[in-house]
Write a protein that binds this ligand. Structure first.
Ligand code: FEO
Length: 169
């Protein structure tokens, strides 16, 4: 059984992952409207991954006999008008999610819940990968700068990204 305190922290993380899904859905629209279908596809995969992250936590709360409480998801706000600015926001957002996962793991540790700490290890590793992917894309976009041909090449590359359902836990 999860402690009340840890259950609340898990529910907050479910909301944070659903917000990530919503934010990336808004960013997908930005790139659809900019006719960069490949970048939009990259965000589509992100949307599905964030959904899976939320459901992984949701299922775990149930598995531990806890209660899931779904709260309102905040309106996503884009903080940029160019691909680089949007990806800078993605970077800041993933760093924020990493800090939230770390804080959730700290709570699991302070509640002496070894099973939850072990479960959250997958999320800690996933965040390393998430941040690395975004860092790589952001640096590519910065190198591309105003080169429209290079941007179209990157767009073509990102069109090939496919969603692979993660095995969580
Ligand atoms: Fe679920 Fe992108 O962190």
């Amino acid at each position: 059984m999860l402690s009340e305190k840890l259950q609340k922290a898990f529910n907050e993380q479910i909301n944070a992952e659903l917000y990530s899904e919503y934010l990336y859905l808004a960013m997908k629209s930005f790139f659809e409207e900019a006719h960069l279908k490949g970048v939009a596809n990259w965000f589509d995969v992100q949307v599905q991954e964030e959904h899976a992250h939320a459901l992984g936590l949701y299922d775990y709360v149930h598995e531990r006999g806890g209660r899931v409480e779904l709260n309102a998801i905040a309106k996503p706000v884009l903080e940029g008008k160019t691909p680089v600015e949007i990806f800078e926001q993605v970077m800041r957002h993933e760093q924020l999610v990493t800090s939230k996962i770390n804080a959730l793991t700290d709570t699991a540790e302070s509640e002496k819940d070894r099973a939850a700490v072990s479960f959250l290890d997958w999320y800690i590793k996933e965040q390393v990968e998430e941040e690395a992917n975004v860092r790589h894309l952001l640096s590519s976009l910065k190198m591309i700068g105003e080169d429209q041909h290079a941007l179209l090449m990157l767009d073509r590359e990102l069109a090939a990204r496919k969603y692979n359902a993660p095995v969580i836990g």
